[in-house]
Design a protein around this ligand. Structure first.
Ligand code: G6P
Length: 606
């Protein structure tokens, strides 16, 4: 949420910073800004603009402000405090335009600090909470920037990832973090600071994650942090984070779903033992045998993966499992004991509500496990153990392949926990062998993309959609609806099929289509009854059914087929057409697929 780039080193041209910032645009895109040190003028130049990074780039070109020197700092914003305009865009500066900073997070006591600073004579020009930081640093500045930052941050309540420069202490960039991700990209003759590894990947794959309350001082030739820190290697390449020939990242990422499955299972299946190998859990393997209750916590799309996990873990591993969304869980009073383990699921590993729930559990001494895609993320550092989904970089705001990676990981965990308990060898073998077949089956589903596109075009002018499903596919109904609303802005809700008659049915008419997820599973016949109920009220139906089911064609308007697999794994196949349906609908409506309005990829504020 919001993107930060800071640079100090051999490169003198702000366009390099713009290029890095573009790779963070998916984190927020209301406005963007840059401030850079010009060594000839011994001054810092500032340009900021509402709208996308293109606007910023154009404004810099038109400004005729020469960029020869650094450090520079840049920001792409997802507004929290203060409207979307040039003034509220970052960087923000002090009264004398000597100190400039970019900030991610929220300063919760900004109002109180602002009033105090105004009384002391500071002049504010924006409504943004961040501006108090620049004035606070100005207040404490006596020639040494890091000292001033340190003192200022003592007064702050809230969260921050910060990059600060000053023309009165040039040749230096100060970075600080509290509950908002920030890392250093280390290269010869240059150091970058960024809120996300995508920004530094074309320069270096060596990164150091800052921890909470850490302040780093960057100079062209070195950097200083109080503590010795491990250098982490980014596992993916810059090319993987490119769109290639695809028109949108979202389509590319949907097309990579079979690969996401392959990556998640690679080296982890032990077919003959009906078992899986999860290296990230080896340190806690013994303790996990004692666990008799699981809590799954996640936000957004990841919470639907968690819901599916609940069905898997209860049915096949026999462990009572409860799920909740991070934003609720953190304020509940969860009843836990030594035999409870909490599993946190997050693509980014940086979602504020999920992290807060994790910290609450750690506070209570509960074992915390993580499922994340981001190596070295805050979640992966704070959990006791975990499993990486290995989905590769996901850039589109709407999560697709990372969601598939989460489902697969939960299926792996089900086998892992199940085999530690009562799951029979043959059942373990069955799940493992079906998991191994999934990449091919997923490819088969993707081949229907042209038909799904036609169906999406047919229904694109409908304003409302129900998505319904039962058991394993109830969470997929919610996921399908979420994807559609996120990127097409159409109204869509996911409903448990059995709940239709308790309200949703009232809205059905010939203009209100329902997408029914109805694989040939243990609840198929019940779902057919729901189809009849909708049809009796003239509602159009798109069904997702198992190959070979010809009967369903007579009952519904359109059918998308998925291959047969184990019931527990059907969501992994049924969700692929739902992702494509949302994508093609949004394309048909001319929406901004990868950067839907008002949303951001990683929600690092509460
Ligand atoms: C945002 C994104 C979603 C994502 C959710 C949770 O809302 O737009 O795609 O599912 O955050 O993110 P996480 O990184 O924790 O999985």
């Amino acid at each position: 949420m919001c993107g930060i780039v800071g640079y100090i080193g051999k490169n003198q041209d702000i366009r390099m910073g713009i290029e890095a910032l573009r790779r963070l645009e998916y984190r927020g895109y209301d406005s963007a800004g840059a401030a850079w040190y010009n060594s000839d003028k011994k001054d810092i130049f500032l340009v900021k603009k509402a709208g996308r990074i293109d606007n910023l780039e154009k404004a810099i070109q038109e400004s005729n402000l020469v960029s020869s020197g650094n450090p520079f700092i840049l920001h792409t914003r997802w507004a929290t405090h203060g409207g979307v305009d040039d003034i509220n865009a970052h960087p923000h500066s002090d009264c004398k335009n000597e100190i400039f900073l970019v900030h991610n997070g929220i300063i919760e006591n900004y109002q109180e600090l602002k009033e105090k600073l105004i009384k002391e004579g500071h002049k504010f020009c924006s409504q943004c909470d961040t501006e108090v930081l620049s004035h606070l640093i100005e207040k404490y500045f006596q020639g040494n920037l890091e000292e001033a930052v340190r003192k200022a941050l003592k007064e702050v309540r809230g969260t921050y990832g910060l990059a600060v420069i000053s023309k009165k202490d040039p040749g230096k960039l100060v970075a600080a973090r509290l509950s908002s991700p920030l890392l250093l990209g280390i290269n010869q003759d240059e150091i970058l600071v960024a809120s996300d590894p995508s920004a530094v990947i074309t320069h270096t794959r060596q990164v150091i994650n800052l921890d909470d309350n850490e302040i780093a001082v960057l100079k062209p030739e070195n950097f200083f942090i109080l503590k010795e820190k491990p250098v982490i290697q980014i596992e993916w390449t810059a090319e993987e984070a490119q769109k290639g020939d695809y028109p949108h990242f979202m389509l590319k990422e949907i097309m990579e779903e079979p690969e996401a499955i392959e990556n998640a299972i690679r080296g982890r299946l032990i077919p003959e033992e009906g078992q899986v190998k999860l290296g990230g859990l080896s340190s806690v393997e013994k303790k996990l045998r004692e666990i008799n209750r699981l809590l799954l916590v996640a936000c957004g799309t990841a919470s639907y993966a968690a819901r599916t996990g609940e069905y898997m873990l209860e049915e096949y591993a026999g462990i009572p499992t409860e799920i909740d969304i991070g934003s609720e869980f953190r304020y509940r009073k969860p009843i836990v004991d030594k035999k409870t383990a909490a599993i946190f699921i997050s693509q980014s590993g940086e979602t504020a509500d999920t992290l807060a729930a994790l910290r609450e559990m750690k506070e209570k001494g509960t074992m915390a496990l993580g499922i994340t895609n981001a190596v070295g993320s805050t979640q992966s550092r704070e959990t006791d153990a975990g499993v990486y989904t290995r989905s590769g970089p996901e850039i589109a705001v709407a999560s697709t392949k990372a969601f598939i990676g989460q489902l697969i990981t939960l299926a792996l965990l089900t086998v892992y926990f199940g085999r530690q308990r009562d799951m029979a060898l043959v059942m373990g073998q069955r799940i493992v062998s079906e998991l191994a077949k999934l990449p091919e089956l997923a490819r088969k589903v993707l081949k229907q993309a042209p038909e799904i596109e036609k169906i999406a075009k047919k229904y694109k002018d409908c304003k409302n959609f129900w998505f319904i499903g039962r058991k394993y596919n109830y969470p997929m109904a919610m996921e399908g609806a979420l994807k559609l609303k996120e990127i097409s802005y159409l109204h869509a809700e996911g409903v448990a099929s059995g709940e239709l008659k308790h309200g949703a049915l009232a809205l059905i008419d010939e203009n209100f289509p329902t997408i029914v997820i109805s694989p040939s599973d243990s609840v198929y016949e019940k779902t057919i009854s729901n189809i009849q109920e909708i049809k009796a009220r003239k509602g159009p139906i798109i069904a997702i059914a198992t190959e070979g089911n010809e009967e369903i064609k007579n009952l519904v308007d359109d059918v998308i087929y998925i291959p047969k697999t184990l019931e527990m794994l059907t969501p992994i196949l049924s969700v692929i057409p739902l992702h494509l349906f949302a994508y093609y609908t949004a394309v048909a409506l001319g929406k901004d697929i990868d950067k839907p309005r008002n949303l951001a990829k990683s929600v690092t504020v509460e």
